[in-house]
Structure formats: C-alpha cells, structure tokens
Ligand binder design. Structure first.
Ligand SMILES: [Fe+2]
Length: 435
C-alpha cells in the first residue's frame, strides 16, 4: 500500500492517529530489556510484552476478524493467550500466569503488531477510498477509536506495572534514567486555599459526539450540598507530616478495612517511599545523586525520605503531589487533616472553579464515590459490553489523570476505578470539606 491513496479526511486522520498511538506503545517499551518485558510482579499487574500483545489482540478480535474480509490471524493461538477478561470470547490464559509467557518472544510480539497494523491501515484505506459510501465506515470508526483509547489505557498500565516490577528489585533500577532535569511531578503551591462551592443540582457525565467510555454516560443531574474543595493536591511534605504525627499508628484515623490493610501489609508510608534507614538507598541512587544527597537539606518531617519513580530513586520533593496511595491511606490522611475526600460529583462540578489547579495530569485523585452505573447507564454494544459495566462493584472512582496518562486521553467526566487497597498507580488526593 502507499501513503498517497486518495482517502477521505476522516479516514486519513484516523489512520494517522492509529499510527501515532501504536508507535507510542513501542516507544514506552523501548527502554526495557526482554527480561523486563516478560516479568509479572503481581496478579494485578501485567508484563509489558503482554500489554503490547493484548492491545493488538483487541484490534484483531474486535475490528479485523468481523470487518476485514479475508483477514488471516497472525497466530490463532494468540486468541487464547491475549484475551484479558472477555467471557463472550471464550476461555483464556489465567491472568496471574501472564508472566510465565516466555514465548512468544518480544520479537514475535513485535511481528504480531506489524501484521495487525498493516491490516488495520489497509482496512482504513480501503474504507477511506470508498468515501461517504464506504460500506462499513459507520461500524469501523467507533471500533478503531475505542481500540485507540483502550491502547492508551494500557500505555499507562504498562508504565505503572513495570514501575511496580522494578520496585520489587532491591537494585531499584530506573525505567528511564533522568538525562538532564528529572521527570518530576510539578510543584504545588505551599498553602491550601479552600474554594467554596454552592450546593444544588450539578450536571455531570459526558455529552456530545466526541468519544467517551460508556461509564461516563448518560449525562445527568446530581445533587451536592454546599462544600469547599482544596485548590491543590496534597503534596509529599503534607503527607510526611501525617506520617510524623503517627498517622500509620493511629487506628482512629482509619476505616476498619484500611486499618486491617495497614496491619496485614505493614504499611508505614506510600508504596514507593524509602525511609532514611532503608538499606536499598545504597543501591538505587545514581552516582551523581549520592553527591546531591549529601548537599540536600530537606526540612522537618520531609527530611531523609526518598521516592522511587520512573527516573529511579530521588530525594523526596516536598512540593510534589503525593502518589502511590491506596484509597484507605487517602481517606486516613483526609481524616487526620480534618477534611474528607470529595465525591466524584463534587470533583467534576469543581473543574471550572476559579482558582482551582492540578485537576489533571498529575496524579489520579481518589474520590469518596463508589464506582456505580449512572442512572440510565447502558453498556457499549457487542463485545465491548464487557468493557466497564461488569466491574461496577467494590471499587472507588478516581478522577483527573496522572503523569503516566497519555496527553489528551482524559476529560472532566473521565472515571477511573480501582479497588480501595490498590496503590501501584499514580494515585493521590485532594481534600474537600462540608460547609
Ligand atoms: Fe484491555
């Protein structure tokens, strides 16, 4: 095929977007060795190689097999290997065993990606040549768009999952050593300003023709009471004070399940923090960081902590948003601070509040809202019906998007969700309180 086929603007734009998103996934995996890409550090996290293959499987299964005439699967066995959770598509390799797939190799997974990429681009160009009269465009366009948004979700998981795997290695290797200034979470202003918000009915959820996931719809009215919301995220310096004040030793601050998790797991700080006496500190720092460490002079409760992130181990930055918190820790911090977590409706209604900052692109923000269907919720049609709705029990909603979220992927109505004990995401919090 050539790049100059006369296809419609819409098909051309979607083809370009497809190429860009697919290339980004490979770029995210590029700093990792084949050994890195095979490992599964816990059942919740998947190997890099699996993410690269599963996102490919999604296009093959949902788009190509039903819509590309004469499409030949790259390897029919991959249907079993790389189905994630789609019961309607039959049995699959057990999730906790994804790290046992030393075969197919990374190179074979790359070949699988190329095979599917060529077929998807061929399909888009074929449909695009037909123009407005294209037979299947109305069916294909939403599937490709869903597949790209699905792949972007896995791009974030690829990063958070490999970060967890690397955090399990006592050498604390960097995903990507910092060259020049470290990738860091942006600084937050020192003092919290409380923004008062009125009570009443607020409009929440997605409306309009742009893409959204089904869990953001339908747009509807929700009732909120008058409340105040913090203009910024809770930062590491704030959280260090909670720790120094015995936050992890004071049962009265914790939900019952949270306190049980603290006891069972020995939690004493966020997942990737290293206490000043952590023996791994001698392994994980880059040589130049040893030098910097001697000259760093962090103040008060923040002194001596280090944080493991995508750039490896770094001295903790008090003004960076705190991340890698479970819902339980976020709720305990809020209790300690004399506040609470916002509901997801309060959060969404505050997106356009004058003076509010750090709503997106820093850390996912735990809310006090259960992940439930909106009134009138209907799952996406077809195979994608299993995408969101069946997970609407036992999880909490997070809003905003993190540093690991692909740019432009989220919206004010975007709903992420995790179980309350999950702490391997870039998850933090913003405070709210009643008025
Ligand atoms: Fe998936």
């Amino acid at each position: 095929m050539t790049l100059s086929r006369p296809i419609t603007q819409a098909a051309g734009a979607l083809r370009d977007k497809f190429r860009e998103v697919r290339a980004t996934s490979l770029a995210l995996a590029a700093p990792l060795s084949a050994e890195d890409q095979c490992i599964q550090s816990m059942p919740d996290a998947s190997p890099t190689k699996w993410h690269l293959a599963h996102t490919t499987w999604f296009f093959e299964t949902v788009l190509l097999q039903p819509h590309a005439k004469g499409y030949q699967p790259f390897d029919p066995r991959f249907h079993y290997l790389f189905n994630s959770y789609y019961e309607a598509l039959g049995p699959r390799h057990p999730r906790p065993h994804r790290g046992l797939l030393t075969r197919p190799s990374v190179d074979e997974v790359h070949a699988y990606r190329r095979h599917v990429d060529e077929a998807v681009i061929g399909l888009l160009e074929e449909e695009g040549e037909r123009g407005e009269g294209g037979l299947d465009w109305a069916a294909i366009e939403p599937i490709v768009t869903l597949g790209l948004n699905h792949e972007q979700q896995h791009q974030e998981l690829l990063l958070t999952d490999i970060l967890h795997a690397l955090s399990c290695n006592p050498l604390l290797p960097a995903y990507k050593p910092a060259s020049g200034p470290a990738l860091r979470l942006a600084a937050v202003p020192p003092a919290v300003r409380w923004l008062s918000r009125p009570g009443g009915l607020v409009e929440v959820g997605h409306a309009g023709a742009d893409f959204s996931f089904d869990n953001e719809t339908p747009r509807h009215q929700a009732l909120v009471q008058p409340y105040a919301i913090a203009d910024r995220l809770v930062n590491c310096g704030d959280y260090a004070q909670f720790i120094a004040d015995g936050g992890y030793q004071r049962a009265e601050l914790w939900l019952s399940d949270g306190w049980a998790a603290v006891q069972a797991n020995g939690w004493r700080h966020p997942a990737y923090w290293l206490a000043p006496d952590d023996p791994r500190l001698g392994f994980g720092l880059q040589p130049q960081q040893h030098h910097q460490q001697q000259h760093a002079s962090p103040q008060g409760a923040a002194a001596g902590w280090h944080v493991f992130g995508l750039n490896g181990v770094r001295p903790m930055e008090a003004d960076a948003p705190v991340a890698q918190l479970s819902f339980y820790e976020a709720a305990a911090y809020a209790e300690w601070a004399g506040a609470r977590l916002p509901t997801e409706f309060e959060w969404e209604a505050a997106c356009d509040a004058p003076g509010i900052a750090q709503m997106t692109g820093h850390v996912w923000q735990w809310t006090r809202s259960s992940y439930d269907p909106y009134p009138g919720f209907r799952p996406m049609p077809g195979i994608a019906a299993e995408y969101n709705g069946k997970f609407m029990v036992g999880q909490l909603v997070l809003r905003g998007g993190s540093v690991a979220t692909p740019a432009g992927h989220t919206r004010p109505s975007y709903r992420n969700f995790f179980p309350p004990a999950a702490r391997w995401q870039f998850s933090g919090l913003r405070l709210a309180k009643d008025l």
